[in-house]
Design a protein around this ligand. Structure first.
Ligand SMILES: Nc1ncnc2c1ncn2[C@@H]1O[C@H](COP(=O)(O)OP(=O)(O)O)[C@@H](O)[C@H]1O
Ligand SMILES: [Mg+2]
Length: 448
């Protein structure tokens, strides 16, 4: 957004378990909050809610730190200033005055008793014991019952859709529909009709009248997945629906009222897109009344073990597969990089469970996984070798053929030749699997 500096001001150690923030100037003068961590902003669900329009919904976060208060500006619109300089993240001394917008805040250390909140490892179907996930559970608990629009940011496979689902399931709208719209798969010619519906004969091919996504979700929640892919020309139309709470079907002019809560997600950095004009800032602010950021799996390896155990537990009861994983295999799993995050871990566990020879997944059962993973890593230094170097293309084809053959043989044995199951396990399309089998002269027992 704009440049900000990170300054650390070191002071002697003090051990404090909490912070206090008090508004000392501005519209909310006198308001104060104490806690182990405080989020301050204009949002009514902020720990310290400030009625100042120049303050962002979630403007900054405060936490105790050795010798001072750790201040983290949450990329606020107008910034956070200390002694005339703009802060990104910094530790300031107790008693420091921060200015944000028209308000001034004094921050202090405070002693907060350990919270009585249970150390939970899950929130509905969301699992995690990392600090990041536990904090997320706390936020979800507070956010879910509200009508706020929630914007979820996080890399692919990090659980964005699951979080959206949990927000719906824990809300008063739970009896209403939960409708998912994948904005990345929206054909631009039909986009408006998909979103808002159409009257019969509204355009060529519109034979019957149809309700759009918003009408279909009336009384429930709409999840706009990959909202960063929403074409620019549709953005003002979406904004209008969010503001006016009604839709007009294509070919009609009668507004139909809709009551929907909107949750959206993307792996893209929407704020960066706003900066370059690819995403409208007014829409972003309307979508992100609250913003949740999901960390990558590599940033919370503590969660791998309970996730793995859960994925094993959920395998079909009558399937012939492993039901447990050894310490060593788990140790190996916890060193991987997971560009596909939780989804990748789930696929890895499921594949290994079906492909392994015994009831327990051991490191050697992860060998196929290692091959797959290696394909993505930059080439490693190979040991010195004086042998002849074969022509690249041929060598590559041979290596791939060998791999395919071994993989397919094992895959088809494990699934007793069931194509649908094998394709699901391998994570490839059936027709592609069939063509691979044909190429290697392998046969399947089609049971479809
Ligand atoms: N915290 C979690 N606990 C349990 N399962 C999870 C968690 N996060 C993700 N998953 C599972 O991982 C897969 C990918 O999650 P998804 O919500 O589709 O990710 P995204 O929408 O971010 O790409 C799903 O099968 C989901 O159930
Ligand atoms: Mg998704």
């Amino acid at each position: 957004m704009s440049e900000s500096s990170t300054r650390t001001i070191l002071r002697p150690r003090t051990a404090a378990s909490g912070v206090r923030a008090t508004v000392v100037a501005g519209p909310s003068t006198g308001v104060t909050a104490t806690g182990r961590k405080i989020t301050l902003g204009r949002s009514r669900i902020a720990d310290l809610a400030v009625a100042d329009f120049t303050v962002s919904e979630f403007h900054l976060e405060l936490a105790p730190h050795e010798g001072g208060v750790d201040v983290r500006d949450l990329e606020s619109w107008n910034g956070t200033y200390f002694e005339g300089g703009r802060l990104g993240r910094a530790v300031v001394p107790p008693g420091a005055l921060l200015s944000l917008g028209e308000s001034a805040i004094r921050v202090d250390l405070a002693n907060e008793p350990e919270p009585a909140r249970p150390m939970r490892d899950s929130f509905r179907s969301l699992l995690g014991r990392s600090t990041a996930m536990r904090e997320l559970f706390g936020l979800l608990e507070r956010l879910a019952p509200t009508e706020l629009t929630v914007f979820i940011e996080g890399p692919t496979g990090s659980g964005k859709e699951l979080v959206a689902r949990v927000l719906h399931d824990e809300s008063p709208r739970v009896r209403g529909p939960f409708t998912v719209l994948d904005c990345a798969a929206l054909p631009s010619s039909l986009a408006e009709s998909v979103l808002f519906g159409h009257a019969a004969g509204a355009f060529t091919g519109a034979v019957a009248a149809r309700a759009g996504v918003f009408e279909a979700a009336d009384g429930g929640t709409v999840f706009l997945d990959e909202v960063g892919d929403l074409p620019l020309d549709l953005q003002p139309k979406l904004l209008r629906v969010l503001e006016q709470r009604h839709v007009v079907r294509l070919g009609e002019n009668r507004p139909r009222p809709v009551s929907v809560r909107v949750v959206s997600a993307t792996w893209r950095d929407l704020r960066a897109m706003v900066n370059v004009g690819q995403f409208r800032d007014d829409l972003y602010f309307r979508l992100a009344q609250a913003r949740l950021v999901l960390p990558s799996l590599a940033e919370r390896r503590e969660d791998i073990e309970i996730l793995a155990a859960d994925f094993l537990r959920r395998l079909p009861r009558n399937a012939a597969c492993a039901r447990a994983i050894s310490r060593e295999a788990l140790a190996e799993l916890s060193t991987r990089s997971y560009p596909g995050n939780v989804r990748e871990l789930k696929n890895t566990i499921e594949r290994a469970a079906y492909m392994c020879d015994g009831p327990v997944i051991r490191p050697q059962d992860l060998a196929f996984e290692r091959l797959l993973e290696r394909g993505r890593e930059p080439a490693r230094e190979e040991a010195v070798d004086d042998g002849e170097v074969p022509e690249f293309k041929g060598a590559k084809r041979t290596a791939i053929d060998d791999f395919e053959q071994a993989y397919l043989a094992r895959l088809m044995t494990k699934t007793s030749g069931n194509i649908a199951m094998a394709a699901g396990l391998a994570g490839i399309e059936r027709h592609y699997l069939r063509s691979l089998l044909k190429k290697h002269g392998l046969h399947s027992r089609e049971r479809e």
